[in-house]
Design a protein around this ligand. Structure first.
Ligand code: ADP
Ligand code: MG
Length: 277
């Protein structure tokens, strides 16, 4: 009887589990107990005013230096990952698109992606094999040949940088992706192009945590769950309707509803119209 159980293929859903996470930056307590679970196949939106700690959470999840975890745990595929390097986390299938992507002078997008692919997948793919894989993803996302021949992010417009991040996401095929303000600084056409690209990648094998200040990206990427963060805590959670509610009330309205002082809520939840700026 037990043999049939053992013979079953492992098709467990990958989970990113964040439990009571506390973190400091430069000695300042930013995350004050975050609980959040993102599963493969789910789309979550994490929304919050500037300074609420969204990027800090993303950076802690990827293991960026300078962010000190002072409590709680983060499990990925059941394994505690806080002791792992960013590369090790990426190799396990966790992906982070940065709010401010870095330039890599002298390295073309295609070479960068191939190197990243080899590092993350641990596969030595041929140049030709990789081209084919990348071409498929470029077609899906509508990325031009010209872009992948250029040096990574050098002279890229805001829209091109974000498009490049989404191409990276498509090529690396992670189980869970964290997109930090993928919409920031984009005009409406670029936003639409980037967001519909993400929407195309969403499926049973990908879980996404979309971090955003604004509701507008959620017109294209439809979240199953919405979490509102203020002052380093998740103060309200719900389904897609919460994003609409937030749009109507603003962060200020939510702040008052949950009974946080302006000071506790973060930098701009307090300023009039801050959430709608
Ligand atoms: P959000 O992404 O929600 O706008 P952040 O996580 O960027 O918020 O910032 C939360 C708080 O942490 C802010 O008060 C910010 O000034 C502080 N902070 C974030 N990163 C750093 C850093 N590298 N050095 C100093 N303070 C930081
Ligand atoms: Mg941020």
């Amino acid at each position: 009887m037990t043999t049939t159980v053992e013979a079953e293929p492992r098709t467990e859903t990958v989970e990113l589990e964040i439990r009571d996470l506390h973190a400091t930056v430069e000695g300042k307590q930013i995350l004050k107990g975050i609980d959040l679970t993102v599963r493969q196949g789910e789309t979550h939106a994490l929304m919050g005013p500037n300074g609420s700690g969204k990027s800090t959470l993303a950076n802690v999840l990827m293991g960026r230096p300078g962010y000190v975890v002072t409590g709680g745990e983060v499990r990925f595929k059941g394994e505690e990952i806080l002791g792992l390097t960013p590369d090790q986390r990426a190799a396990r299938g966790l992906f982070l698109a940065m709010q401010y992507p870095v330039e890599v002078p002298g390295v073309s997008v295609v070479n960068f992606l191939r190197t990243a692919y080899k590092a993350v997948k641990g596969e030595d793919i041929s140049a030709l094999g990789f081209r084919k894989h990348m071409k498929e993803k470029m077609e899906l996302l509508g990325v031009e040949d010209e872009m992948v021949r250029r040096y990574v992010n050098q002279g890229f417009s805001g829209g091109e940088k974000k498009k490049n991040e989404i191409l990276q996401l498509a090529v690396l095929e992670p189980a869970i992706a964290i997109l930090d303000e993928t919409d920031s600084g984009l005009d409406i056409d670029s936003l639409k192009a980037v967001a519909t690209g993400v929407e195309k990648l969403i499926g049973p094998s990908l879980g996404v945590l979309v971090i955003t200040h604004y509701q507008r990206i959620l017109n294209y990427i439809h979240p199953d769950f919405v979490h509102v963060m203020m002052g380093g805590r998740i103060v309200k959670e719900g389904g897609p309707e919460l994003a609409t509610e937030l749009e109507d009330k603003g962060y200020e309205g939510i702040r008052q509803e949950v009974g946080l002082s302006a000071e506790e809520a973060g930098d701009d939840a307090a300023s009039p119209g801050g959430s709608k700026a």
